[in-house]
Design a protein around this ligand. Sequence first.
Ligand code: FMN
Length: 203
Amino acid sequence: MKQELADLFRRRYACHLFQGDRPIQPDDLDFILEAGRLSPSSFGLEPWKFVVLRSPRHKHALQGACFNQPQVGTAGALVVILAKLADLAPDSDYARQLLAREYPGDQLDLAMSNYRGFHGATDVRAWSVTQCHIAAANMMTAATAVGLDSCAIGGFNPAEVKALLDIDPERYEVALILALGYCAEEPPEEKLRLPLSELVEYR
Ligand SMILES: Cc1cc2nc3c(=O)[nH]c(=O)nc-3n(C[C@H](O)[C@H](O)[C@H](O)COP(=O)(O)O)c2cc1C
């Protein structure tokens, strides 16, 4: 298990061109989405929504909103990860329902009050988007596990993506787009990463 996981992390790379004619099997896509669903979230509020796009029309339109990056138009599927905004308000039915699940019975009032204080002092948009990136990372690892390639796409015009997908900007921010499919390029020969000795400080 340990070695398999290490291999997945090493094998995943950002694919810049997919085999546009090769579809993704539905159960592989479900597996990837399930990895997103099971991701951890602050207060257990699951601040994400996954919009799956598979039609050539959608992929082509999204490519235009992503600075014309070819991996967007050639992907087998795109998962647009939306970060929840309005649902995270402390007085929303959504927040109350999910907090009641995490903090049952008489714990709820205190949890709601703590959450209200936290929400008021937080950049909610950034907080929500950051958590979506955690789900995205898990989905990319899951994609590698089923033999699929991926590319995280942060290079997009958020207003254009929202307009194309008819997204209510009060309800959602676009966090990230995941392009998934079978890569048409060879994997890079080496992983370009700083060594742990430059990244880690033990105190
Ligand atoms: C949040 C985020 C946004 C990214 N946006 C893009 C993008 O718009 N286009 C792209 O080609 N790669 C994008 N990438 C991929 C990175 O460029 C890539 O992961 C990095 O260069 C390391 O290479 P590797 O993933 O192949 O190891 C993004 C990665 C992350 C985590």
